[in-house]
Ligand binder design. Structure first.
Ligand SMILES: [Mg+2]
Length: 305
C-alpha cells in the first residue's frame, strides 16, 4: 500500500471526526497538519517519523538525525503558517544501541527544540526485539496560528494563480551525512512574512518534502486544477537539472499559490515565481522545458508507507 492510499483511507473516515471527541476538527487529515479547536482556541497538531536507512544514511551523526526528525515537523508548521509550541517524541531503539548514541539522540532533540523554539516536553522510548531492526524516531508537534490568525492550507489555489517557491531546489541531491536534509532551517519566519505581505492574495501553501512535482501536485489536487512549471524559472542548486530539481524532494522550502506577484524575498530568503495554476486535470503537473511540455505528475518521492 502506498502512503497516498493509506492517507486516503484515513481521509475517507473524516465525516465521523468532527464529533468524535472534545475537539472540533477544522482542517482534517490530508494537509500538512490538522487544525482543531479546543475550548475556543485553535491548535495545529501533526506527527512525522524518520527511519534508519530510509531517511538517513548509515554513519550519520545521531544528533543530526534527531534534528532532522524535529525539523521536518517544524517545516510542516511553516507550511500552515503556524508558530511552534512544543513537541513530544518516541524512539524505537535497536537492542544493541550504545548508551552514548542514545544520549546523542536525546541531546539532539533537546538542542533542536531550543533552536526551533519547539521544546521537547515528553515522550517514550521502547526497545526493538530484533537486533537488526532499524532505529525509528517519531515526533509530534503542537503549534498555534501566527499573529495574524491566518492558517494557510493546501487547498485554495485557483487557475491563474502563480506557483512560487522560496530558496533553492535540489540541494538535498547528496542524501548523505552533512546534506541539506540534515541541516535545513524550517521556513517559519518566511511563512509568517508571506502571510503579512500577501494577505488574502496568498491562497495555498505546502512545504517541499516530496519534491516540487509531487508537492505542486498536492496543491493542484486540493484545488481541483493543474499546475505548469517553467523549467527556466526554477531556482536550482549547482549542477542540478530541472528533473532533479522538481523530483528529488527534501528541499523543505515553501511552495505557495498566490494571486499576483509575490515579494522578491522574505526574511532574506529569495522568492521565485516558477509557474502557474491552470484549469485542467486535477493534480496534473507539467514542466515547460526545451520547448516541450513534460508531464511530471508521477515524479517525486512517494514514501513506501
Ligand atoms: Mg509537509
Amino acid at each position: 500500500m502506498r502512503e497516498s492510499e493509506v492517507i486516503a483511507e484515513v481521509v475517507a473516515r473524516n465525516p465521523t471526526l468532527a464529533t468524535a471527541g472534545g475537539a472540533t476538527v477544522l482542517v482534517p487529515p490530508g494537509d500538512d497538519m490538522a487544525l482543531v479547536e479546543l475550548r475556543g482556541r485553535r491548535v495545529l497538531v501533526a506527527a512525522d517519523q524518520v527511519i534508519e536507512g530510509r531517511h538517513w544514511a548509515p554513519g550519520t551523526p545521531l544528533r543530526l538525525v534527531a534534528r532532522k526528525a524535529l525539523a521536518r515537523n517544524v517545516s510542516d508548521i511553516a507550511a500552515m503558517a503556524g508558530v511552534p509550541s512544543c513537541a513530544v517524541a518516541t524512539v524505537a531503539l535497536p537492542p544493541d544501541m550504545p548508551d552514548d548514541e542514545v544520549r546523542a539522540l536525546a541531546a539532539g532533540l533537546h538542542d533542536a527544540g531550543l533552536e526551533f523554539r519547539c521544546p521537547l516536553v515528553g515522550g517514550d522510548t521502547g526497545t526493538l526485539a530484533d537486533a537488526g531492526a532499524p532505529l525509528v524516531l517519531s515526533v509530534s508537534v503542537l503549534a498555534e496560528p501566527g499573529p495574524s490568525g491566518r492558517v494557510v492550507t493546501r487547498s485554495g489555489a485557483r487557475p491563474g494563480d502563480l506557483l512560487c517557491v522560496t530558496g533553492t531546489l535540489g540541494a538535498s541531491a547528496g542524501f548523505g551525512p552533512g546534506g541539506h536534509h540534515l541541516t535545513f532551517t524550517p521556513r517559519i519566519a518566511e511563512a509568517l512574512a508571506l502571510v503579512d505581505a500577501l494577505g488574502d492574495r496568498l491562497h495555498a501553501m505546502i512545504d517541499l518534502s516530496d519534491g516540487l512535482a509531487a508537492d505542486a501536485g498536492h496543491l493542484a489536487s486540493a484545488a481541483g486544477c493543474s499546475a505548469l512549471i517553467e523549467a527556466g524559472r526554477l531556482p536550482v542548486a549547482p549542477a542540478i537539472g530541472w528533473r532533479e530539481a522538481v523530483g528529488l524532494g527534501e528541499d523543505y522550502e515553501l511552495a505557495f499559490a498566490c494571486d499576483g506577484p509575490p515579494p522578491d524575498a522574505v526574511c532574506g530568503t529569495p522568492v521565485r515565481v516558477v509557474g502557474r495554476f491552470e484549469a485542467g486535470r486535477a493534480g496534473q503537473v507539467s514542466v515547460d522545458a526545451d520547448g516541450m511540455r513534460h508531464d511530471v505528475s508521477g515524479l517525486g518521492w512517494e514514501h513506501g508507507r
